[in-house]
Each structure stands twice: as structure tokens, then as C-alpha cells.
Design a protein around this ligand. Structure first.
Ligand code: PDD
Length: 276
């Protein structure tokens, strides 16, 4: 969009700048959130802010403002940009300081936020999507939404090159999540998804989907599943801010069940659409 919010004021994007020794830039020493905006309003803001606060705490980065004021800033950004449907990207780094690994004594955490129009992926939600699988080579704190996304970027690039929309990651054959989404399967009417521990991002969409499943009396088992179980699933779907509840119809070139979005994904999609 037109504006960048830096925690103090809205700047024209062309006038916004980042210090070359900002630790986000030199070390990836920071965190972020991606909020979905529907009808000019952030979707499930409480869950995003709680995760943002937790990521900051885990990395011992101080919030520059109370959450209520951060929330107000994001709302003003959406308003100024005239954004109806899209995302807000919000990033907080440990700030700028002469490059040295230990935390700097007196850097001030640096905030940047911008908004961007984005349409819902309506046709893919109808027809389903293709994914590939790749080893999960990330660290052991994937629950922190940190800026260090190189493994995710490499996996997503491989997916793109393979004509797939997402790379589903696994540790020794145990599926964790996608490079920018969570994943669930359904088998014999029961939804399975990796537990929200240190090996996955605790996705907002995942949390919403589990809540909707409970309301719909769909059984959920938060236990890891294997690649073989993914290949043999009745249904599989991605869960994420940008993909919503996205049916997976092909994994590594193999068809999932009969190759069309299944009834559980459909029910969750319908329930999800009502919350928008
Ligand atoms: N990604 N897992 C990973 C590794 C993610 O990066 C994301 C989100 C998710 C889904 O979480 P949520 O439902 O809260 O969006 C799971 C964002 C959208 C991104 O990096 O662009």
C-alpha cells in the first residue's frame, strides 16, 4: 500500500527506511505477523496479538507499545490505505546497533507494518491444490514466528518449480506443517494434525479450524501423522492466513483419495466463510 507504519506515524512508503545495521537485516533477529483483512477488519486479531506477544517474549524483544496501541496503529494503517481485502504484514526487530551477536545494550526495537491487497484464492478453494513434500530442516523453535525463513523459502521455491503451491515438511517421515501453512488430514472421519508444540507454528487458521470442527462435531486428533498416512488419507488440507482451508488433491504427484476436495474440508470451508 501507500503507507508504512513505524509505531509512531504513518510514512509514505517511499520515505520509509531501515537502518543497514538493523538486526532484522543483519541477523534475522526479529519476529512478524501476517494478519488477514476481510471487509477492512483484521480477522481473529486476539490470536495474532497473543502469538506476537509470545514470540517477542520468547526472544526477549521488548514491545515498543502496548498491544492496544499496536492494534490501533494497524487499524489506522488499514484505514489510511483504504484496504478492504488483503493482509497486513507487521514486523518487530531488536533494532539497530553496531553488528555484534549479543543483544545490544541500548537498541530500540524497530517496528514496521504495511498493508497489501490480496484476493481470496476462490478457485483453488473450489478445485484444490497440489503440494510436494520436503525434509523439515528448520530449527527446534518453529513455534516462534521469527524472521528466519530460509528453509521455508527454499522449500516453497522447490514447490513452485515443481508446479505445486506448497511444500509440506516432514521430520524423518513425520509431517509437521507446510512452509507457510499448517496441514491436517482426515481418515475415517477423524481429522489429524500435528500438536501445537515447538515443531510447528501455532497457526491462527489451525486454531479456528479446530474450533469449527468442535462446533460441527467433527472429531479431531492432535497427533502427528506420517508421510505414508498423508498419501493414504481420505482428505488433506492446508490451513493458513492466505490459503484459508485449502483442500490438497495431489501430493508428490499422487492423487489424494479420488482427487477432489472432500466433505470435511468442504464443511470447514463453509463454516470458515461464515466467520469472515
Ligand atoms: N505464514 N506455518 C508456518 C510456517 C507459517 O509461516 C504460517 C503462516 C502458518 C499458518 O499460520 P496462520 O494460520 O496463523 O497464518 C503455519 C504466513 C501467512 C506467512 O509467513 O506469510
Amino acid at each position: 500500500g501507500k503507507y508504512v507504519w513505524n509505531g509512531e506515524r504513518l510514512l509514505n512508503r517511499a520515505e520509509a527506511s531501515v537502518d543497514v545495521e538493523d538486526r532484522g537485516h543483519t541477523f534475522g533477529d526479529g519476529i512478524y505477523e501476517v494478519f488477514r483483512v476481510y471487509g477492512g477488519k483484521t480477522f481473529e486479531p486476539e490470536l495474532h496479538w497473543a502469538r506476537f506477544e509470545r514470540s517477542a517474549r520468547e526472544l526477549r524483544i521488548e514491545l515498543p507499545l502496548p498491544i492496544a496501541e499496536l492494534e490501533r496503529g494497524v487499524e489506522e494503517l488499514i484505514e489510511a490505505d483504504g484496504l478492504a481485502e488483503g493482509i497486513v504484514y507487521l514486523q518487530l526487530t531488536r533494532g539497530a546497533a553496531p553488528r555484534a551477536h549479543p543483544f545490544p545494550a541500548e537498541a530500540r526495537p524497530a517496528l514496521t507494518a504495511f498493508a497489501k491487497p490480496l484476493e481470496r484464492p476462490l478457485s483453488a478453494l473450489e478445485s484444490g491444490t497440489s503440494v510436494i513434500t520436503r525434509p523439515d530442516i528448520r530449527w527446534l523453535r518453529c513455534d516462534i514466528k521469527s524472521l528466519n525463513l530460509l528453509p521455508n523459502v527454499l522449500a516453497k521455491q522447490e514447490a513452485s518449480e515443481a508446479g505445486a503451491s506448497e511444500a509440506v515438511l516432514h521430520r524423518d517421515g513425520v509431517v509437521t506443517e507446510g512452509s507457510s501453512s499448517n496441514i491436517a488430514i482426515a481418515k475415517d472421519g477423524v481429522v489429524r494434525t500435528h500438536p501445537a508444540n515447538n515443531l510447528i507454528l501455532h497457526g491462527v487458521t489451525r486454531a479456528v479450524a479446530l474450533r469449527l470442527a468442535a462446533e460441527l462435531d467433527i472429531r479431531v486428533n492432535e497427533e502427528p501423522f506420517t508421510l505414508d498416512e498423508l498419501y493414504a488419507a481420505d482428505e488433506a488440507f492446508l490451513l493458513g492466513t492466505t490459503v484459508e482451508v485449502m483442500p490438497i488433491v495431489r501430493v508428490d504427484g499422487r492423487t489424494v483419495a479420488n482427487g477432489v476436495p472432500g466433505p470435511i474440508a468442504r464443511k470447514l470451508q463453509a463454516a470458515f466463510a461464515k466467520r469472515i
